[in-house]
Design a protein around this ligand. Structure first.
Ligand code: UD1
Length: 430
């Protein structure tokens, strides 16, 4: 397994191009299942999760190309679907696979999708997805670890009151509602920019959707959708992660393509911590000259502070002046980065869903283990500021969500290198 070696202490200076958003691209790829015409997506990041989704769609019968060329375009053609089963082997490796359920059921009247099972950051059930589909007339059976869903003719529009805000459930039901008979109203819908991006693409495919960007989305079902071309929005979490990397090293970095309007809560917290963030013609500039100040953060659904930025902020606050309190309200087990950051000298105490961070001033390089996607990038951020060498194991987590991470950071002066399995065997043997 590959490792990443970082020698900390160099301020990051330069510019970093921000890729297309993984969490927008994944549902957009599944939207291709809603039509027998071609969907072309541009600005799709080339990531392990995108390849996993491509493999899943290909085994359903979608013919597609992986993101290619400078525009990172991919085309998806679901005119010959020959298999309505999403198997356990794929779904267990990537939960977003469950987003094929709504589109398959809406267009073909049946789908068999593996239950995703456990996940490192929490139990993450999918009851909200299933309840809403049942309200739309689907019959759902859970057997042998699979969701068996079918509907006699077409899904029927319904009023859905989500009892909890869920990004995935909003996306699944939004897609299903596009081909349902009549009107569907989604109350307490998630409002993340990735959901708006999906809705705009569905509109370009002929869907009738109102209330995009609000917590009440109304969809009037149509008989069929058609092909379209859509460009994926910039990844606000990748941008936030590199902003934290720039800040912790006392650097000055321009994040090309980053969109401030998608990052309001994150920018507010950076500024409260004494980090300057300004909009430029090409994106956002992040600059940190003085000491970082301790602040309090509570994660919440959009437009609140994103849970996907919690670990990165914790790395940043580990070197701050004063104490910080971070409270995680979305996932119950999202502090697995804490013991690893502690190995690097961070002073963090977790009580239930809150963590108290007492700024340690300096971090020290250590051998650490990546446990999930955002936890692993928090270790990269900490390592960039730490004294000496950090070796991060299990970097396949990073490859799920960060495109060319070492190259992007390296171009801004970071001393970072990937040790591929072969090299590492040699190093270990030497
Ligand atoms: C998406 C993002 C993930 C992000 C998360 C929260 C993608 C591919 N992934 O995940 O990066 O961390 O949003 O912003 O976009 N829940 C239920 N029942 C359900 C569904 C969810 O109880 O049926 C709970 C979850 O356990 C969690 C909370 O709702 O506690 C939010 O989860 P959700 O918004 O659904 O996250 P995902 O869509 O899985």
């Amino acid at each position: 397994m590959d490792k990443i070696r970082i020698i900390g202490g160099t301020p990051l200076v330069g510019s970093i191009p921000i890729s297309g958003a993984k969490n927008a691209a994944l549902p957009l790829m599944t939207a291709a299942l809603l039509t027998d015409e071609k969907l072309v997506l541009s600005n799709v990041p080339y990531l392990a999760d995108i390849v996993t989704m491509a493999n899943l769609l290909a085994q359903h019968g979608v013919s597609l190309s992986l993101p290619q060329g400078k525009g990172r375009s991919m085309s998806l053609d679901a005119s010959n679907i020959n298999n309505l089963t999403a198997p356990y082997e794929v779904v267990r490796t990537m939960r977003a696979s469950v987003l094929v359920l709504g589109p398959l059921l809406a267009r073909f009247g049946a789908a068999k999708v593996s239950l995703p099972g456990g996940c490192a950051i929490g139990t993450r059930p999918i009851d909200l997805h299933l309840k809403a589909l049942e309200a739309m007339g689907a019959e759902i059976d859970l057997q042998d670890g699979y969701i068996h869903a079918k509907v006699a003719s077409r899904l029927k529009g319904a009023v859905i009151n989500f009892e909890k805000i869920s990004v995935g459930a909003t996306e699944n039901i939004l897609m299903a509602a596009c081909l349902a008979e009549g009107k569907t109203v989604l109350h307490n819908a998630a409002c993340e920019p990735e959901i708006c991006d999906l809705a705009y693409c569905l509109q370009a495919m002929g869907a009738e959707i109102q209330g995009i960007g609000t917590d009440t989305i109304t969809v009037t079902g149509v008989e069929a959708l058609h092909g379209a071309h859509h460009t994926v929005i910039a990844d606000r979490i990748e941008a936030g992660s590199f902003a934290a990397a720039a800040a912790i090293t006392g650097g000055d970095v321009e994040l090309l393509g980053a969109r401030a309007e998608h990052m309001t809560a994150v920018i507010e917290k950076f500024e409260a911590a004494g980090i300057s963030v300004s909009e430029t013609a090409r994106g956002l500039r992040v600059k940190c000259e003085g000491r970082i100040q301790g602040i309090d953060i509570m994660t919440a659904p959009y437009p609140g502070f994103p849970t996907d930025m919690q670990a990165q902020m914790m790395a940043l606050l580990s070197v701050a002046d004063g104490a910080s309190m971070v409270t995680e309200t979305i996932f119950e087990n999202r502090y697995m980065h804490v013991p690893e950051l502690t190995r690097m000298g961070a002073n963090i105490v977790v009580h239930g869903s809150s963590a108290m961070i007492r700024g340690a001033g300096k971090l020290r390089g250590a051998e650490v283990m990546a446990t999930d996607l955002r936890a692993s990038v928090s270790l990269v951020i900490a390592a960039l500021a730490a004294e000496g060498e950090t070796l991060i194991h299990r970097v396949y987590h990073l490859d799920r969500g960060y495109e060319r991470l070492e190259e992007k950071l390296g171009l801004c002066g970071a001393n970072i290198e990937r040790i591929t399995s072969r090299q590492s065997i040699k190093t270990e043997a030497a």
